[in-house]
Design a protein around this ligand. Structure first.
Ligand SMILES: Nc1ncnc2c1ncn2[C@@H]1O[C@H](COP(=O)(O)OP(=O)(O)OP(=O)(O)O)[C@@H](O)[C@H]1O
Ligand SMILES: [Mg+2]
Length: 358
């Protein structure tokens, strides 16, 4: 598609392109006309009509009606229709170039036009567009793979936690009862046997505790049985007992109607934030709040430790932080992390509510 105010210039360009073996699908004499035509094609495409083929490339004059107007239109074409744009540029003044650069064009062709320049610029632009597409696709694939692996892992943890909790703990309790039965029936004079049975019973107690801990670490049953709020309260209490870091909780949210996937995502983020506080913050206190707003659910974890730095937040090796963000990505959620030196770190999770009941 060519977007050019002067019809004769547009026709010249069409001729050059045809000589080079390209087809000009349409000529638009204004930005408005171009956007209208692209919207029409997009609509047809969505209706799966064969006439809905969008152009592979748009060549656009930077100065349409007004100076620089083409740049604005080009930006819309890129964002709304995902079509690469090459600028036809009249002047090389810095402001125009600067504005044009900001829209990340696929190339520039300076007036007066030369056939050679068209050939190379168009080749480069379509090559760059293909690479961009592939990059986006592979990024999307990796993201999906990571989500898939995470959900497989979560499923496994849930299954093992259930087996450990329900079966192992059950069997061990039966063993403990058998030992107590034995202890009561052993002759009173057999002290070594009595002592040994007692010690076996104590050992069984320890194994039961350890099995319960392993099951909880894998996945707390409370999350599946009672939901997010009790699970967060339980985890905070457990954290306080284990680390001696005071945990203050505010819950301002109605009946928990989050589905299992969303609850799991928020709970795992909460756990990662707590682990980070224990490992890195050197904090003495944390404040946790879970708030429900008409349009979103907010989970905030605020510590009074040394404060995370900007470098740590944006470090590509910060996989824990990266994982938090990825957890809420499927629902358009966000995780904001802020640190203030020697004041503390705040992690805020925003989960849009509009998608809560889909
Ligand atoms: N609450 C916090 N206070 C201070 N620094 C923090 C806090 N949370 C994270 N950090 C810093 O940010 C870095 C990145 O955190 P992240 O959770 O991504 O990785 P990690 O905890 O080091 O390793 P893991 O992959 O096991 O989570 C940490 O190494 C730490 O330096
Ligand atoms: Mg971490």
């Amino acid at each position: 598609m060519v977007v050019e105010e002067e019809k004769t210039a547009a026709l010249d360009i069409q001729k050059i392109l045809q000589n080079l073996g390209h087809t000009v699908t349409s000529i638009a004499l204004s930005g408005e006309e171009a956007l209208k035509e692209l919207a029409r094609l997009e609509k047809l495409k969505n209706l799966k009509s064969l006439d809905g083929d969008k152009p592979d490339l748009v060549l656009i004059d930077t100065d349409l009606l007004d100076k620089g107007e083409g740049i604005e239109v080009a930006h819309k074409i890129r964002t709304l229709f995902d079509i690469p744009v090459v600028y036809l540029i009249d002047s090389t003044d810095e402001t125009t170039l600067e504005l044009a650069r900001a829209t990340e064009p696929f190339g520039y062709i300076l007036k007066p036009f030369e056939e050679k320049e068209f050939l190379t610029t168009i080749e480069m632009a379509s090559h760059k567009h293909t690479i961009d597409r592939k990059l986006i696709e592979s990024h999307e694939q990796l993201r999906n793979l990571s989500l898939h692996l995470q959900s497989v892992r979560e499923g496994e943890s849930t299954r093992i936690a259930r087996v450990v909790h329900d079966e192992l703990a059950h069997l061990l309790t039966a063993l403990k009862m058998d030992l107590s039965w034995l202890y009561k029936r052993l002759p009173k004079g057999q002290k070594p046997l009595l002592d040994q049975t007692k010690s076996m019973s104590k050992l069984t107690d320890m194994i039961i505790k350890s099995v319960q801990r392993i099951s909880l670490e894998l996945r707390p049953v409370i999350l599946d049985d009672l939901g997010l709020v009790p699970a967060i309260e339980w985890q905070a209490q457990e954290f306080e007992g284990r680390t001696n870091i005071k945990c203050e909780i505010t819950i301002d949210c109605g009946d928990n109607n989050l589905d299992q996937d969303r609850s799991t995502a928020l709970f795992r983020i909460f756990q990662e934030a707590l682990t980070n506080v224990a490992r890195h913050a050197n904090a003495t206190k944390i404040k946790v709040s879970l708030k429900e707003r008409p349009d979103k659910l907010l989970l905030k974890i605020e510590d009074n430790g040394r404060g995370i730095t900007e470098e740590q937040i944006s470090d590509p090796k910060s996989f824990g932080l990266f994982g938090m963000r990825e957890r809420v990505y499927p629902w358009g959620g966000e995780v904001e992390i802020k640190g203030l030196s020697n004041k503390g770190t705040t992690v805020t999770v925003i989960l849009p509510a509009t998608l809560n009941h889909d």
